[in-house]
Design a protein around this ligand. Structure first.
Ligand code: NAD
Length: 285
């Protein structure tokens, strides 16, 4: 039995970042300033490695990054007021609110205050609605976009493919299913209340696992020749990162899978900056 192909995120991220840098240079020539991202940072330890990658990628793609920490004990309303100020600031092209947020801060309250044209992670009801309506130019959450960019890069077509998405969160499961549907896939959603998940997943040519459950996807879920996109990031008892996929169990059955770490993660950061340039250029027009 041949082991599955490993779909590494790095070259996908590199290709996206090269294009973003080119677009950022063009933007800077016209606007006489670099595109800019304003980041409201989470102090949660689980958000720190994403923050580090955002900082280093901002440098690579020539984007000006400003940061403001959301402190524990903060309240939603003053943060929302701050966002309204950023909405009015023409020097700010995109605003990202990093999660998880401290207790007492409600992402829905904050999202409502955010100008959808600066919503680079697709959390506003307007952007989510545009995605639902398959409107061209809708800003999809970066992680959802990353799954599709990986499939595109490695040439796994979605048209007519049977896709099963595990998870229905607003930032991953729902939007990635909508993106696949917009590309003419036949999509099934699984979640915590789904019955017979292995049987449903076994039908899939493409599985997108975003449950946040280490090792959930075993050989019992994977049909021979399937492609498995592993979004999950779980930390085991030794502090090691684990995906939702039990790789040793599926490696001789699946045709391809994304590793954790090094799969969806780096592409997510690249998609955030690709979204920023999409947003900046759309606003300029
Ligand atoms: P979430 O907790 O908001 O949602 C998880 C979803 O999975 C829920 O809809 C739930 O119904 C479903 N689910 C949970 N356990 C299940 C089970 N046993 N069977 C079926 N469905 C189940 O999480 P999220 O924010 O969507 O993130 C999902 C995972 O992706 C997490 O591990 C998170 O750390 C990771 N993540 C990775 C990236 C990245 O860039 N790689 C970005 C965001 C999130």
């Amino acid at each position: 039995m041949v082991d599955a192909r490993v779909l590494i995120g790095k070259p996908v991220a590199q290709t996206l970042n090269d294009s973003t840098l080119e677009r950022a240079d063009k933007y800077a020539q016209i606007r006489k300033r670099r595109p800019s991202l304003y980041l409201l940072t989470s102090e949660d330890p689980s958000a720190q490695s994403y923050l580090k990658s955002i900082r280093s990628t901002a440098v690579k793609v020539g984007v000006t990054l400003s940061e403001f920490p959301i402190k524990a004990g903060g309240k939603s309303d003053p943060i929302a007021d701050g966002i309204v100020q950023l909405n009015r600031n023409n020097e700010v092209d995109g605003i990202l609110i990093q999660t998880p947020l401290p207790e007492g801060v409600d992402i829905r309250v904050i999202a409502r205050s955010l100008d959808p044209s600066k919503d680079v992670d697709g959390i506003t009801p307007t952007q989510a609605g545009m995605l639902l309506q398959a409107v061209r130019g809708a800003l999809a959450p970066s992680t959802a976009r990353a799954c599709i960019e990986i499939l595109n890069y490695y040439k796994y077509g979605l048209q007519g493919a049977e896709v099963v998405v595990i998870g229905r969160s607003l930032i991953v499961g729902r939007p990635v299913a909508l993106l696949a549907l917009a590309r003419n896939a036949t999509v099934t959603w699984c979640h915590t209340k789904t019955q017979s998940m292995p049987t449903i997943c076994k039908r899939a040519e493409i599985i997108i696992a975003a449950a946040g459950q280490a090792g959930l996807i075993t050989s019992a879920f994977v049909r021979p020749g399937a492609t498995v996109i592993d979004v999950g990031i779980n930390v085991d008892e030794f502090g090691k990162l684990k995906g939702d996929v039990d790789v040793p169990s599926i490696a001789s059955i699946a045709a391809a899978y994304t590793p954790v770490p090094g799969g969806v993660g780096p592409v997510t950061v690249a998609c955030l900056f690709a979204n920023l340039l999409d947003a900046a250029n759309a606003r300029r027009k």
